[in-house]
Design a protein around this ligand. Sequence first.
Ligand code: ATP
Length: 315
Amino acid sequence: MIEIENLGKRFGAIQAVDGITLKVAKGEVLGFLGPNGAGKSTTMKMIACFLAPSAGTARVCGFDVVDHPIEVKRRLGYLPEGAPAYPDMTPLGFLKFCAELRGFSGADRMKRIARAAELTQLSGVLQQPIDTLSKGFKRRVGLAQALLHDPAVLILDEPTDGLDPNQKHDVRNLIRAMAPEKAIVISTHILEEVDAVCARAVIIANGRLVADGTPAEFEARSRHHNAVSLVLPAAHAASVATAIRAQAQVAAVEQVDAGGGQARLTALPKKGQDIAATLRDMIADKNWPVTEFHIERGRMDEVFRAITTGANGHA
Ligand code: ATP
């Protein structure tokens, strides 16, 4: 549904996007991750026909964004960065205006507005000037606008930014519910969001695509993939840490205060290997007074840092 090849955008001396190639299929939610200024929004703007590429091509449902922008826009809903809208309009007025631009009128237009308002839970504020809405409601007005024509492709630039935890939960559920029938791209700085809604994520840094994988594949690159953390009385921590450190599969053992006279030890495996069984046997054999035992999947924030700054991945 989305095919991008060697896409590039230059603003004067700034190479904002530098040769990005990727595809997104129907049923897929792709996460765009990357540091500030990496080129995520610029890439989204080019897919949405909001900016013309300086190099490469982008196609939506087979239509080229430069040659057939109207056909692309028919099939695409776009929530721009910051969800801009006309501040003196009400959400109802704004959605009527957007629906009209898309060629809807009469009962069909009102039905579409009611549906989009219901999906984004806007019904209570439809008559209130957008200017006076909270940040979360403003964003949901932008999201409603993107859904009016039930597009096959959705490009959502930070859809949950500014939403409270309940609203974030609702918008993630909405994205998940729409996913089977659409191709969806979301950009986010919230790494848990990738695990919550994305089948796949790409990391963009300095305008280039530097990593592409499933959330599980990213987690497997973390130093904490298959790490085991134990909570036990602090008085035992030093001797237990020494015994665990002596195991050949263990790269390091970290210790932090867990409060109440307890310590938390985290054993990091070499090359992400499974150390849980070995540690379970040691606890049983040596009768260590362990009150918590937890196996980690890996930390997205650590992998993100490693990929975008060159810090260490797993041991
Ligand atoms: P953020 O996470 O902060 O939203 P981003 O990954 O979306 O960042 P972009 O907004 O795509 O990054 O910006 C990429 C680069 O292009 C930045 O250096 C930015 O300053 C620059 N840039 C974006 N739009 C323009 C423009 N219209 N004119 C000049 N430079 C621009």
